[in-house]
Every structure is written in C-alpha cells, then in structure tokens.
Design a binder for this molecule. Structure first.
Ligand SMILES: *Cc1c(COP(=O)(O)O)cnc(C)c1O
Length: 343
C-alpha cells in the first residue's frame, strides 16, 4: 500500500527509478578521500557548471551544504542574515550557532520569500566591537514553492556587494525555480558566491546535495566536510544517482509544476477549501480549511491511498516524479468526496 500510495508529503519521498539504479550499479568508483572517485568528480563538475560556479562538493544533505557554507564563509563571532522562515535559519537544528559559532540574524520573510532590502540593510551591523560582524547574506529559492524574482536577486546581490557580504543561496529547489522561470540554473546560481542544491528532492536521487562555489571556497569547504566526518570512499555509487538526476530529471520538473497547477485548479472548485494563490507556482500547493475539517482528512485520504501531512493549516501538497496525472485526478476526486461526506 505505502509503495503505491500517491504521496504528497514531500518531493523527498521519490524512489530511484530503474534507470537511476542501473547507473548506480554500473558506476566507476574509487576512494573519494583520495579524490579518486571518477563519478563523484563528474557529479561535482557537472553541478558546478549547471549552477554557474567553478567547483562543487558532494554532500550528504541540504543541511550539510548550508552548514558548510556558513562554516566556510564565516569565522567564529560573525553573523549571517537569513529569513525568519528560511530553512537555513529555522530547520537545521541551529547548526550555524552550534557548530560554527556563527549567530543568525533573522529578517522577516515577505510572503513572496524575499527579505525587504531596507530591513536587510538595517540588520547589517556597523564596525563596533560590541557587535557581531555581519558576514553572510542567505536567500532561499524556491521559497515555499515560489521562485524569487530575478530583479530582486540582482538588487540583493548589489546590496551584498556594497556591504562586502558573502552571498549564499539555499537552492534546495533551485532547479524548480529555473525550469519554472524558463532560464538556465546558472543564471540564478551565478549571482551567488555559493549555492547548495538538493539532488534528493524533485530530482529523484535517494541521497545527496551539492555545494558549489569558487575553487578556493570548495577547497576550504572540503576540509570542513572532513572535519564533520563527511569524507567518504567509493561513494560514486551514490553520486551516480545524483549525476543521473542532473542529466535526466531537470527538464521534467515542468511536469511536476503542471501537475501542481492541475491540482490547484481542481481543488479550487471545492467551496470549503481555500487554495493559496501563486503567480509562479512550482511543485507545491497550499490549501486551508476549517479546523473542524482538518481532523479526519489524513485518515480519509490514507484509506484512499493518498498521503498528506496534516500538521499545519494550510496543508502543503507537493508534486514530484512519482505522482502522475491520474494520481492528481484521483486526489481531486477524493477531496471532493471528503467534503461531500463531511457536509
Ligand atoms: C529540504 C531543504 C533543505 C535541507 O535539505 P536536507 O537534505 O533535508 O537536509 C534546505 N533548504 C530547503 C529550502 C529545503 O527545502
């Protein structure tokens, strides 16, 4: 049942396809601590090239990528600016503070995921020994499924340059942003000093992220990764999945976006549901309903082979490569039945 469920909990639930598994099984490998794994090297090079950076580093997760960026850009006693709802501030266990001794300075996210640049400017600390040194400015793209506008990125980059801040992108879903905006990922990635991107979400790999940046930055990040216990051996067997994902699964993200649009349109017909509008939707749909209706939703859907996380209102539904158009239709029908039943 779980294996065939239509699973909207996240795009992390995808399973490696048979093509991906074949690529993994046949991957040439070596000891990556010696720099000998050709598949890891290919992945790192390919990711850097796609994201408009000089070099790349294969890391276990997006969390490790963001943590390495903080460790590498900042010194102890310095500070990074990130959104109040940013993953790199809110959902990574406080790793920047705990492991890097770098304190976050959260600035409120606007609904489109941007941080008001006047507020960012005001958060940058003057040179005063009472204060931490502001070193790094982090953005997230997509933010809750919405791509950040390119004009905004350009303005944010000028602000970072003007104040001598390093500029990091948590690009867990940066490929969704690029595909949705009809631009190359390097157009977005090239604006930043470093970019972390997930291979294990919509791209369908079972594990891994890539951190990319200048050659010198990645050399230092590699040292930190080793210190964190992240030096690995014949890991090309996993990198092969990531490489396969970058080679086969980027353009197809458009299908997930299309499915999210279909889902949003279908659910919009249900009176009791409010579908959050999105000018540039990627692979997420947020729907809210009365608290009374929220209670049984998860069980009802589960009985129909549909998995949703009902922890918050709005509920987040995420499309990905293991959900097809039939699944979307089944889900819209199930929602209709649910509200009919509960009426
Ligand atoms: C998932 C995610 C991460 C972290 O990725 P993990 O691989 O789960 O550690 C970072 N940032 C954003 C925006 C994410 O969605």
């Amino acid at each position: 049942m779980m294996n065939t469920a239509i699973d909207f909990r996240s795009d992390t639930v995808t399973r490696p396809s048979s093509g991906m598994r074949q690529a993994m099984a046949g991957a040439p490998v070596g000891d990556d601590v010696y720099g000998d794994d050709p598949t890891v090297n290919d992945l790192e090079e390919k990711a850097a090239q796609l994201l408009g950076q000089e070099a790349g580093l294969f890391v276990t997760s997006g969390t490790q990528g963001n943590l390495l960026a903080i460790l590498t850009h900042c010194q102890r006693g310095e500070e990074y600016i990130a959104g109040t709802k940013a993953h790199a501030y809110l959902e990574e266990g406080g790793g920047g503070a705990v492991l890097a001794s770098v304190q976050p300075h959260p600035v409120e996210n606007q609904t489109d995921g941007t941080l008001d640049l006047a507020s960012v400017r005001a958060a940058i600390k003057p040179d005063d020994f009472h204060l931490a040194i502001t070193r790094l400015f982090c953005l997230e793209n997509t933010f809750f499924g919405t791509p950040l506008p390119m004009e905004y990125l350009a303005e944010a980059k000028s602000l970072a340059t003007e104040h001598g801040l390093r500029f990091h992108l948590d690009g867990a879903r940066v490929f969704n942003a690029a595909v949705r905006s009809g631009i190359t990922p390097s157009t977005i990635g090239g604006m930043f000093d470093s970019v972390s991107a997930c291979l294990s979400k919509g791209l369908g790999a079972p594990i891994g992220s890539v951190l990319t940046g200048s050659t010198e930055f990645i050399q230092r990040a590699r040292r930190w990764r080793k210190m964190l216990g992240g030096g690995t051996r014949q890991v090309g067997i996993l990198a092969a999945a990531g490489l396969y994902a970058l080679e086969h699964n980027i353009e197809r993200l458009a299908q997930d976006h299309e499915h999210a649009m279909l889902l949003a349109d279908g659910l919009a017909d249900i009176e009791e549901l409010e579908v959050q509008e999105a000018a540039h939707r990627t692979n997420m749909v947020f729907v809210s309903m009365s608290e009374a209706k929220l209670g049984d939703l998860s069980d009802f859907m589960r009985d129909r082979g549909i998995l949703v996380t009902v922890e918050e209102n709005p509920v987040r539904l995420v499309t990905h490569l293991d959900i097809n158009q039939t699944g979307i239709k089944t889900t819209v029908d199930a929602f209709k039945d649910y509200f009919r039943k509960a009426a």
